[in-house]
Each structure stands twice: as structure tokens, then as C-alpha cells.
Write a protein that binds this ligand. Structure first.
Ligand SMILES: [Zn+2]
Length: 158
């Protein structure tokens, strides 16, 4: 029996569906959230085919494979090593810089975090209060960079 893979854009997860027969038209709905607009994933490419096309909602996010950006990030990383993490103003600068390098738009929660850090608030406190919000803004996957879809291990009826 053929197995088909579909991506749920809402969950940002790829699900596998077991079909009783060859199905080229049918699109199942998401077993988790019920969304009906799943995208067929060509099984050959799997996840590796990747989100190069910028399918993620953030739009215009920097291509992290770009060697120039990678160099920038490396330099930034070494800067971070010398940083005093308990100094909120240094943290604020680091966050701002990171969004610049990645070419990410500064989201409201991010802006709020930077503002509070610049005001000298305790970074741990700020992160605790804004962490969830930030994660939401980072996109569906919540795993950071470019929202690579996850994969559900289950097998669902088509
Ligand atoms: Zn879903």
C-alpha cells in the first residue's frame, strides 16, 4: 500500500498517510489540527528539499547558507563569547545585531525585549516573560531558523 506524505502548514509538520490504493488527487486533512489544506510532499525530496524558496511566513528572511552571512554570524558569535550576559544593555545590542545579520524583521515582542533590556531590566526576567511570545513570533515550528518542518512518526489513514 502506498504511503503519501503531506505537510500541514499550520503545524509545520509532515505527516505520513497510508492509502489503500494509489491516490494522486486526494488530500487528507491534518490528523492533529484538522486543517484541510495540506501540501503534498514529493517523497523523493522529503525534508531535505528544503525551504529555499522562502515558503516561510516571515518573508525576506536572510539566507543563512549565504557565506557572507555565515562569516558575519561567526564574528558575532565570537563577540558574544566576550559578552557579559548579566549586562542587559549588552544583551540588547546583541539581539538587535542578530536580527540585522539575519535580516529578520524586528517583531513587536523582540522590540519589547530590546527596549526592556536597554532600560536595564534583568535579562532572565525579560526572557521569562517574553519567551513564549517570542517563540510564537519566530514561526510555526518554533525551532528557530527558517522554520524547517518537523516530521510526525505516526502513520495515518488517508
Ligand atoms: Zn495541522
Amino acid at each position: 500500500m502506498p504511503i503519501y506524505e503531506f505537510l500541514c502548514p499550520k503545524c509545520n509538520v509532515i505527516y505520513s498517510f497510508l492509502s489503500r490504493r494509489v491516490e494522486t488527487e486526494k488530500v487528507p486533512s491534518c490528523p492533529k489540527c484538522g486543517a484541510a489544506s495540506l501540501k503534498r510532499v514529493p517523497s523523493r525530496f522529503g525534508v531535505a528539499g528544503g525551504s529555499k524558496t522562502g515558503a516561510d511566513s516571515a518573508g525576506g528572511s536572510g539566507d543563512l547558507d549565504d557565506p557572507r552571512i555565515e562569516r558575519e554570524l561567526m564574528r558575532f558569535a565570537s563577540e558574544l563569547e566576550g559578552m557579559d550576559e548579566s549586562d542587559p544593555r549588552q544583551m540588547a545590542r546583541a539581539v538587535r545585531k542578530m536580527t540585522e545579520i539575519a535580516g529578520e524583521p524586528v517583531t513587536p515582542a523582540m522590540e519589547e525585549m530590546i527596549r526592556r533590556l536597554e532600560a536595564g531590566e534583568d535579562p532572565e526576567q525579560v526572557e521569562e516573560e517574553l519567551g513564549d511570545l517570542l517563540e510564537e513570533e519566530m514561526g510555526e515550528g518554533g525551532n528557530g531558523i527558517a522554520g524547517e518542518p518537523g516530521r510526525d512518526d505516526g502513520l495515518y489513514p488517508m
